[in-house]
Design a protein around this ligand. Structure first.
Ligand SMILES: NC(=O)c1ccc[n+]([C@@H]2O[C@H](COP(=O)([O-])OP(=O)(O)OC[C@H]3O[C@@H](n4cnc5c(N)ncnc54)[C@H](OP(=O)(O)O)[C@@H]3O)[C@@H](O)[C@H]2O)c1
Length: 263
């Protein structure tokens, strides 16, 4: 079974890396030539990976296809390609609902949408998928923890949360900068903040019976430092501002980018 990829950017590179690192992986992977540097780097590093001459050669040489283009690139990249009806499609593309992917490809084959994270390279993190196709779920379970969304709107809701990755890193950056303003050397500040966030983040995955709010309560000793900080940040609207930000991301994911019709 050859797995073909069209669009070799950040997320395709992460997923290919994670798949090839998974135990027992031996399936050939065929990449589109663009981005040329990324495709060449993956092929030189990973034995199962080859680079095709063009996008059509990926379709012709693969049993199933992963689409990892930016939504605005998809109409041009997919236009005029000849798809086989037995060639399932796994689309990682945001803002292109299943109906748009079907229109752009003209394919009658099953289409699954999925949301890997860059941490798929380390075979970590959630990968929301919809619909819950068993073959797609088994493939992606090699690169993370598969969560099957009940519906396409539910997939969009999971997807919206992934829009906060850079905010999370931004918080880490603010903490490290603040330490530097208090005369702590940059490397030491970064090492401290990285270790701190990794340690407290690790407890989240244990999904306590009392929920995340229970973890927050347990960390907030009455009259203590954590209680003071979370009260002041709540009063400043810090927590409340998350929901409108997520709502805004969700509106974009649901609204789509209205790609032009093909064919
Ligand atoms: N990054 C993430 O964490 C993440 C997570 C989940 C889903 N996604 C989704 O995955 C998609 C890709 O995201 P990304 O971050 O990987 O973007 P990206 O790094 O820009 O990758 C897009 C790739 O598509 C290539 N491309 C452009 N036009 C093409 C064409 N005509 N034929 C073949 N390849 C072409 C680009 O090549 P050039 O560099 O030469 O333009 C680039 O390598 C997006 O829809 C995004 O929503 C991303």
């Amino acid at each position: 079974m050859t797995l073909g990829f069209i669009g070799i950017g950040h997320i395709a590179s992460a997923l290919v890396t994670g798949l090839c690192a998974s135990p027992g992986w031996s399936e050939p992977i065929l990449l589109s030539p663009r981005n040329r540097a990324n495709a060449a780097a993956l092929a030189s590093r990973l034995a199962p990976v080859r680079v095709a001459a063009d996008n059509q050669a990926v379709l012709d040489g693969s049993d199933s296809i992963v689409l990892a283009l930016r939504p605005q690139q998809a109409p041009e990249a997919l236009s005029g390609l000849r798809w086989r009806p037995d060639q399932p499609i796994l689309s990682l593309m945001a803002m292109l609902p299943e109906a748009s992917v079907r229109r752009l490809t003209g394919s009658a084959a099953p289409i699954v949408r999925a949301v890997p994270l860059p941490t798929a390279a380390e075979r970590q993190g959630p990968i929301a998928i919809w619909p819950g196709d068993p073959a797609a779920a088994a493939l992606l379970a090699r690169a993370g923890t598969v969560i099957v969304a009940e519906s396409e709107p539910a997939l969009h809701a999971f997807w919206a949360v992934t829009g906060l990755v850079s905010t999370y890193y931004g918080v880490a950056d603010r903490l490290a900068s603040w330490l530097q303003h208090h005369d702590i050397e940059a490397g030491e500040a970064a090492a401290y903040v990285g270790s701190f966030l990794q340690a407290i983040g690790g407890t989240l995955a244990q999904a306590p019976g009392s929920g995340f709010a229970g973890l927050a309560r347990a960390a907030s000793t009455r009259g203590g430092l954590n209680e003071q900080a979370s009260r002041e940040l709540a009063q400043a609207g810090w927590f409340a501002s998350l929901e409108p930000a997520l709502d805004g991301i969700l509106r974009r994911l649901e609204g789509g980018t209205a790609p032009p019709e093909v064919g």
